[in-house]
Design a protein around this ligand. Structure first.
Ligand code: PBG
Length: 326
């Protein structure tokens, strides 16, 4: 054979590492942590093997476990002791995330990101203020503008508790701008915002909704989260968050939306984050449990693919497992 080009020359051990284009390292990863005010012991999450909800008193211990693996950042989610119509425990000074954030930032070196949303805190499980006749007209459920102030108060309360970064995930139009303004007014102009900029209405969030008890009790999130069919619209969503002052742009979910991750990378200079969500984690675990996939390998390959598509950082339930193996 007269082949001058032989790509296989560079695939051997010794050289493959030198020419590899992408890598995953522990400092690209953020580990989600669930803090639960309704329990005084750890509770396993059935649909997310290896993950637990931990009581506030064990938040520090839980974060220390993450740090031991080499992962330096966590994303805190809270399950409050009680829920109400508007989600008031989301911005309470003694709320579950606020208490956990105070403890974790005082006692560890972890970089603490907090999820800013209302769905875990409202009785109806929606991410904002709901109209009373909403059950009859699910199209009109969440009132956008009335929700902005509640999200802004929540973000400021997280900042006051010591959060290093806030991540609004309610898909309320204008939320990044409202939060930026409120943070600045409260003296937190240096606190960055990671915007869930292109967040799709995805069935891959199923296991998370068990974990964080945030499933809507009626209707769905189709009128505020993005339509999975839309790629170009994602650029408009991201553009708005950039204009409103987002520091980091997130795409969520990750694996089924790598085209969107790649588009954001191409079109914006900001750091790009991708959220490898609960369903992406659960499905690999389920297949591995059946012996159909090698969990360690598919987990690493997933994260590598997300990096290759253009993400700088990844929120993933595999963070600790993958970091330990690196
Ligand atoms: C909303 C929120 C959700 C997730 C992160 N923040 C759930 C939703 O929008 O229904 C999902 C994360 C995952 O599936 O891992 N607060």
């Amino acid at each position: 054979m007269d082949l001058t080009r032989r790509p296989r020359r560079l695939r051997r051990d010794g050289v493959r590492g030198l020419v590899s284009e992408t890598d995953v390292s522990a400092n690209d990863l953020i580990a989600p942590v669930f803090v639960d005010a309704t329990t005084d012991e750890r509770v396993e999450i059935d649909s997310m093997p290896g993950h637990e909800r931990v009581p506030v008193e064990q938040a520090v211990e839980r974060v220390e476990e993450v740090l031991e693996t080499g992962v330096e950042a966590v994303m805190l989610f809270g399950i409050p002791e009680s829920k109400d119509e508007r989600g008031a425990r989301a911005w309470a000074e003694d709320g579950v995330v606020q208490r956990a954030t105070r403890a974790v930032t005082a006692e560890t070196d972890a970089y603490v990101v907090t999820d800013v949303c209302l769905c875990e805190y409202t009785e109806h499980g929606h991410c904002g203020v709901v109209e009373h006749d909403a059950e009859e007209d699910p199209e009109l459920t969440v009132k956008n503008d009335e929700t902005l102030d509640l999200l802004a108060r929540t973000a400021v309360s997280h900042a006051e508790a010591g959060a290093d970064m806030v991540a609004p995930s309610a898909m309320t139009d204008g939320q990044v701008g409202a939060i930026r303004e409120a943070l600045d007014a409260a003296g937190y102009e240096n606190l960055p915002i990671m915007a869930y900029a292109a967040k799709f209405e995805s069935a891959f969030y199923g296991p998370f909704r068990d974990a964080a008890d945030g499933a809507p009790t009626f209707g769905d999130r189709r009128h505020y989260q993005m339509d999975p069919a839309n790629r170009r619209e994602a650029m408009r969503e991201v553009e708005l968050d950039v204009e409103e002052g987002a520091d980091v742009l997130m795409v969520k979910p990750a694996l089924p939306y790598l085209d969107v991750v790649s588009d954001v990378r191409e079109n914006f200079d900001h750091p790009v984050a991708a959220y490898n969500v609960s369903g992406e984690y659960a499905m690999l675990h389920a297949a591995a449990e059946k012996g159909w996939l090698d969990l360690e390998e598919v987990a690493f390959e997933s994260l590598l693919s997300i990096k290759r598509a253009g993400a700088d950082l990844i929120l993933t339930y595999f963070a600790e497992d993958v970091a330990e193996k690196l």
